[in-house]
Design a protein around this ligand. Structure first.
Ligand SMILES: [Zn+2]
Length: 515
């Protein structure tokens, strides 16, 4: 017996040791980001240029790229010393913006290559940190460095034109080691928070759903004094009209028009138990009692204030399809690192488990009604921007932007306006009009070549043949190699130890997990 016990003890010890070795090896095993391509001067010969102002297609156009910018657009341009790349009549449009993403520190290995392969050449990252470093999520310093590396051709990835704050939600989100008052529950906390973020060069502040009224309004006021602005969720306790008046510049996710445009909206804002907002009965009530007149007034206010709408319909699709086997078995899951894939499926399970068939039905209605609202908002003049919330559950980095463009087309927007929502309009929102999101002299050389015409069918946005990013040329062969590299990194044996090690040491992750 004693012998058996000691054998057993040794076996357990051995296994523990092996597991420890696996963890340690996984953590330190280097997974490198794909190699970037150096920018060069370039003459793109014979493109079908899609003019996003008029919807005209200009056959036989040449684009000359010098020093990472478009130097000239015209016919039969001389190449001089620029390298000639024959586009063979492929469709050319500006690189795409994804106006709502989140970035992990491992983004250069796991998500940036997917974004570039999908033609996403710039992102608005909607996550942040309080300090300069986190083991799990990317902070402002990471994103600024990535942006420099991408422009210099040292890294494969999208541009990061602006950086945001950690989401501001009243205090529970504040990582340990920081003053919870920075969650801006009070006016004093909000002022301290603005000072904190302004001192770190943050470009805009992201309000979140549970932010109390007092903190929200103080935040908006203090932000304006520092030339910062708010962009993010509409806090539940604040009405959209109040938020627009306070100067919030963008509203994220397809809840906005459903929650705000029904006669019980004021009651919801004041409800004691916020869980009630998320019930099947409440969703049905919001949809049944939806008031177009209320939405018209809200949309007109957004137009007058220049507030943008970023519906990220992809995230609502998860709510509606969490139990659907086809949705859950998406072949693109192979590009998602195994720990994240597990989290996504757990998320889908809990969504599906939380609700019965009737509840799922109301989520479908909510999802589809939300899509229709994007079309209505756009028709009324609201600036609608394409964003995905990737890598949130089932928002596949890169690919999800194509999915979102299909959603916007489904909403009734013309294909031309859908393309503008990922190019011209984001550039305008970011103050980069004429310098990005357009194929014209002086703009940055972020160019997509597609095999098929996206004006004829928005699904053709998926036919990316070549991506030019700041003058670096990524052809189809290279883009396929990028996909393969991500797939192999995503399934790599070291992924679990890496994720666990990075997440568990992250105060931001721990605060989120506890919430
Ligand atoms: Zn988000």
């Amino acid at each position: 017996m004693k012998k058996i016990l000691s054998l057993l003890a040794r076996a357990v010890l051995g296994l523990g040791l092996l597991f420890g070795l696996y963890l340690a090896a996984g953590i330190i095993y280097p997974l490198s980001a794909p190699e970037a391509i150096a920018p060069r001067d370039l003459l793109l010969r014979d493109v079908r240029l899609i003019d996003l102002d008029t919807g005209a297609i200009r056959d036989g156009t040449d684009i000359l790229v010098r020093d990472g910018r478009i130097a000239e657009v015209g016919r039969e341009l001389p190449a001089a010393d620029a390298e000639v790349l024959d586009a063979n009549g492929r469709y050319a449009l500006p690189g795409l913006f994804d106006m709502h993403v989140h970035s992990l520190r491992m983004a250069p290995v796991l998500t940036h290559p997917l974004q570039v392969a999908a033609g996403v050449t710039a992102v608005r990252d909607m996550g942040g940190c309080l300090g300069e470093h986190d083991s799990w999520v990317a902070c402002a310093a990471d994103k600024r460095q990535w942006n420099r590396d991408v422009i210099a051709g040292r890294m494969v990835g999208p541009r990061f034109d602006v950086v945001t704050s950690l989401a501001i939600n009243g205090g529970k989100e504040i990582p340990s080691g920081w003053d919870p008052a920075l969650g801006s529950a009070t006016a004093a906390g909000a002022r301290a928070r603005v000072e904190h973020d302004a001192a770190r060069g943050i470009d805009f502040l992201k309000p979140y759903s549970m932010l109390p009224r007092e903190g929200y309004f103080a935040l908006a006021e203090a932000a304006a004094e520092q030339d910062l602005y708010l962009a993010g969720h509409k806090p539940v306790r604040v009405s959209a009209l109040e938020a627009i008046e306070a100067g919030q510049r963008s509203f994220e996710h397809a809840f906005l028009f459903i929650w705000e445009c029904f006669p019980g909206a004021a009651e919801v804002r004041e409800t004691e138990n916020l869980r009630e907002v998320y019930t099947h009965a409440m969703r049905e009530r919001m949809l049944d009692k939806h008031s177009e007149a209320m939405c018209d007034a809200l949309m007109d206010n957004m137009v007058a204030a220049g507030a943008a709408y970023v519906p990220t319909h992809t995230t609502r699709k998860l709510d509606a399809y969490s139990a659907d086997p086809d949705f859950r078995d998406d072949p693109r899951l192979r590009y998602v690192p195994s720990p994240l894939r597990t989290l996504w499926l757990v998320d889908a399970d809990s969504m599906a488990g939380r609700t019965d068939a009737a509840g799922l039905g109301s989520y479908r209605r909510f999802y589809e009604f939300g899509i229709a609202q994007s079309g209505r908002a756009h028709a009324r003049g609201v600036q609608v921007l394409a964003g995905t919330d990737s890598p949130d559950s089932f928002a596949f980095p890169g690919f999800a932007l194509h999915d979102e463009l299909a959603h916007l087309a489904q909403s009734g927007m013309s294909n031309l306006d859908v393309l503008r929502a990922a190019t011209v309009e984001p550039a305008r929102f970011l103050g980069l009009e004429g310098r990005a999101g357009v194929l014209a002299a002086g703009a940055r050389a972020d160019i997509l070549l597609l095999d098929a015409d996206p004006l004829a069918d928005i699904e053709n946005i998926r036919t990316v043949n070549t991506v030019v990013l700041a003058g670096a040329v990524y052809d189809r062969e290279y883009l396929d190699a990028l996909l393969e590299e991500v797939e192999s990194a995503a399934g790599h044996w070291s992924m679990w130890p890496k994720f666990a090690w990075q997440a568990l040491r992250s105060p931001i992750f721990r605060a989120q997990a506890a919430d």
